[in-house]
Ligand binder design. Sequence first.
Ligand SMILES: [Zn+2]
Length: 144
Amino acid sequence: MFFWSVGRQLKRVPKGKKQTLKCGSCKQEASFYESTVDDSFKAFMVLDLWKRSKRVMQCGECLGVCDYYSVYPEEKLAEEEAARQAELERKKREQEEAQKRQEAEAKEHARQQEEARQKYESEKARKDQEVDDELAQMKKKLGK
Ligand SMILES: [Zn+2]
């Protein structure tokens, strides 16, 4: 277990977890209390101050803290699993959206082809009509 002393802002979680552990810092069997530490850091090139909370367990004796997930590794696994599931869901949604987009594009392409075909057909019909008219006129002339 990794322990460090607290120079940062630490808050005990109300009704948080309590666990008796052998403290790696003061070497006593002590009650540990669930707490959060606010890690403040400045993002490079950005002047906003970001705050990030970290879950820890604090020794009731020496007030040393250790990482919450080193005490409850199964929760870390569960959270990682949940994150993995969420990522899978997100990928699935992305794929579905990509497929929908492709279908829409195919539909649009088919529509454009149909439009071009209809244009061609009507143009052809118009030309056929022209030829028919010319023939009719020629026949008329010949018939005179
Ligand atoms: Zn301690």
